[in-house]
Design a binder for this molecule. Structure first.
Ligand code: ZN
Length: 450
């Protein structure tokens, strides 16, 4: 009998638990995951891995004896550059917060340099808390793309479209043209994915929305939009246009499986059925909704109707962090409170929302969102050896209900290390802190003047 030739994958990770997310409710104990050319090539018991691997591969392997290995988390909605505005306008209602704090500051400060610094700060926080892919709705998405490539994250750039001018574009046509130009530039990228990001039904008129629906179908691009964020938004629209925002989007041809609706706190039964029929997705941002007192998204009801619900932090100015572990816990807890049912949004559902559901919403579920053979190796390792993880009876329950983001020890994207033993690999943390302090001074001076 001849021995099989030994193999040397590009990366080998042994872990105490591997939680693949697909198949659902599955945990591989004492197992190993191999990565070849950026993709998951094997998922085998540790004992089998020992016999398959060359001496070199065994020597170079990362051994995570008390860790859970899960898919890199997917933050399905946010405004990364706004991390520089963390804490500038807390404890204010949504409209006053936007009109008195956020928009004046953005008007003064939000240029390409601001976006570059803000996205880099966000990238560091996301990597430290296990996020490998994020949706970003903000101006100067070209800067966000640059930082994403430098830091080796993955992004859905939902390029803004508005009726009114900003520093980035003068009118709806210019926003749309800049979006399609960016798509042209990154159409073959594995890390940068472009989407249309019309801000909301109340800030974009019918004509550009029709144009976006048509272009999105032609180019097969997602559309990412804030929809039904508050009951007031729905009431105002009804008064102004005589139609509810979701019905208007439907009439304009936007409700397709390419649409991601963020928030969705005010929905009638008919609207839930319409969403389910259309195959459109929801990006749920529970902590932002709570902080701005926006309302409650009925996650359990949406899920029961077959609607795909992904999870996002929203911008740091309304959360105030980018921690998807805390977001998963809030989603699981709030989901139960809203449904008045302790069985609603169980731990495994919260984990799916932050992984495979986010991938589905972005149209990337063939590539990321679970640990399956052939998928890109976006991985997050969580150290479960601490006091707050003991005793451990159910690893998924522990990940959702008692894990801190600081337990994330290793992160890989396409098999490349972004965080290794708690150290950032693609970001100079000292330099980042210095740049952020410089921005803090500028933001504070501008806020004081306003
Ligand atoms: Zn938002």
């Amino acid at each position: 009998m001849t021995d099989k030739p030994k193999i040397t994958p590009d990366l080998v990770v042994f872990a105490r638990w591997i939680v693949p997310v697909i198949p659902n409710e599955t945990i591989f104990e004492n197992s190993a995951l191999f990565v070849t050319k950026g993709r998951i090539s094997h998922l085998v018991p540790a004992s089998e891995a020992e016999t398959m691997l060359s001496d070199n591969a065994l020597h170079a392997a990362t051994r995570l004896e008390n860790h859970a290995l899960i898919p890199g988390l997917i933050n399905a909605h946010g405004h990364a550059a706004m991390t520089l505005l963390r804490g500038v306008g807390d404890d204010m209602p949504l409209q006053a917060w936007l009109e008195q704090r956020i928009w004046p500051l953005e008007g003064e400060l939000a240029d390409a340099e601001f976006v570059n610094a803000g996205v880099r700060l966000a990238a560091a926080e996301m990597i430290r808390s296990g996020t490998t892919c994020f949706a970003d709705n903000y101006f100067y998405p070209d800067e966000s793309a640059k930082v994403t490539l430098e830091t080796k994250l993955r992004v859905q750039l939902a390029c803004p479209v508005l009726d009114f001018p900003t520093r980035w574009a003068k009118n709806a046509d210019e926003y749309i043209n800049k979006t399609t130009a960016l798509h042209d530039r990154y159409r073959d990228s594995e890390r940068v994915h472009v989407a249309f990001g019309p801000h909301s039904p109340y800030s974009v008129s019918d004509e550009p929305l029709r144009k976006i629906a048509k272009l999105a179908a032609e180019l097969d691009l997602p559309i990412h939009m804030h929809v039904h964020e508050t009951q007031a938004e729905v009431d105002d629209a009804q008064r102004r246009d005589g139609i509810r925002p979701l019905a208007r989007l439907h009439a304009l041809g936007l409700l397709t499986p390419r649409l991601i609706c963020t928030h969705m706190t005010a929905l009638t039964q008919n609207e839930i059925e319409l969403m389910a029929e259309s195959g459109s997705h929801v990006a749920h941002c529970p902590e932002s909704n709570l902080k701005l007192a926006s309302g409650f998204c009925e996650v359990e009801k949406l899920t029961r109707h077959g609607i795909n619900v992904a999870l996002g932090t929203d911008g740091c100015a309304s959360n105030n962090d980018l921690d998807m572990f805390s977001e998963m816990r809030t989603a699981a807890q709030l989901g139960k409170a809203v449904a008045k049912d302790a069985t609603a949004v169980p731990a495994s559902a919260a984990l799916a929302m932050a992984t495979i559901n986010g991938a589905k919403a972005m149209g990337l579920d063939g590539e990321i969102g679970s640990l399956e053979i052939g998928k890109l190796a976006d991985l997050c390792a969580v150290d479960m050896s601490g006091i707050n993880s003991m005793p451990l009876y159910d690893v998924v329950s522990q990940l959702i209900y008692s894990t801190q983001a600081s337990q994330v020890s290793h992160v890989w994207s396409s098999g490349e290390p972004l965080l290794y033993n708690g150290k950032l690999q693609t970001i100079d943390e000292q330099k980042l802190k210095q740049t952020t302090q410089e921005w803090q001074l500028r933001v504070k001076q501008t806020a004081d003047m306003a």
